[in-house]
Design a protein around this ligand. Structure first.
Ligand code: FES
Length: 266
């Protein structure tokens, strides 16, 4: 689903991670070759490359953190994976930074501990990259979903008291087959337009927490993007697994050209 830290739909996090990866590779190589060849200039470069890797990683982590909080579906396999991704990459940066502790304070010559910490940090960073790749290529975090009929990703944050009826869209805002993700008092609700009108249901797929708003809606059926479970968009009933539980639905009505949702209690 669409990144919250993006420029024209292009997520910032994958753009920025190229820098710490490049510096994280270059630092141990420069330090190792510098020590072997006794080139002080090269190991000095290694020291600054290691620092750049840590700073670059922290900067790249900011948009990643924004997407972790705002985009990754909560209580899902992706949220657990994203937590690991965050922790593993922080550990990688800590290892690379710790290499400084083994440098000579004046000449910056790296000790064995520096080179070991940097290579281990690079290996850990590679594992973090693997997890990040899975978040993008399997969980589709940061993918800007477009609907048939040129519909763009739609999302809105709303508040209301439980049982209150609130306006969530104009009747012509969505075309048949399009959806909109609503954050209602922190609850993620999908507004969907099918051939038989508007309906609303939980965004969370009961299988492993995939975002149904990021799925495909066709012929009154919504398909989860992660493992393909299908649900009736009006009743929430499962029409194809692997999900076994139905999706919670909510009451919506169309009045005077406006679509209104009854705010779920609690
Ligand atoms: S999360 Fe597996 S089918 Fe939806």
């Amino acid at each position: 689903m669409r990144s919250a830290a993006q420029i024209k739909g292009h997520p910032l996090h994958p753009m920025l991670v190229a820098f710490p990866i490049a510096f994280g590779v270059a630092a141990p190589v420069a330090d190792s070759v510098g020590v072997i060849g006794e080139w002080a200039t090269l190991w000095s470069a290694g020291a600054y490359l290691a620092t750049a890797a840590v700073i670059g990683g922290l900067v790249a982590g900011v948009p990643g953190l924004i997407d972790y909080v705002l985009v990754v579906p909560p209580n899902s396999s992706a949220s657990r994976r994203a937590t690991w991704h965050l922790g593993v990459n922080l550990a990688a940066l800590a290892l690379i930074g710790a290499g400084w502790a083994f440098r000579h304070p004046d000449t910056l010559q790296p000790g064995t501990g520096t080179i070991v910490a940097e290579f281990v940090g690079l290996a850990v960073m590679t594992a973090g990259g693997w997890l990040g790749g899975t978040l993008v290529f399997r969980n589709q975090i940061g993918v800007d979903h477009r609907y048939a009929g040129a519909g763009k990703w739609k999302e809105a944050t709303l508040t209301g008291k439980g049982g209150e009826t609130i306006e969530v869209a104009s009747a012509d805002e969505l075309k048949v087959g399009q959806m909109k993700l609503l954050h209602v008092n922190g609850l993620r609700v999908v507004l969907a337009r099918t051939e038989s009108g508007y309906s609303a249901f939980d965004d969370r797929c009961p299988h492993r927490g995939g975002s149904l708003a990021d799925g495909v809606l066709a012929c009154g059926t919504v398909t989860c993007p992660w493992h393909g479970s299908q649900f009736d968009a009006r009743t929430g009933a499962v029409t194809a697994g692997p999900a076994e539980q139905s999706v919670q639905t909510y009451h919506v009505e169309e009045v005077g050209g406006r679509v209104r949702l009854v705010v779920p209690a609690g």
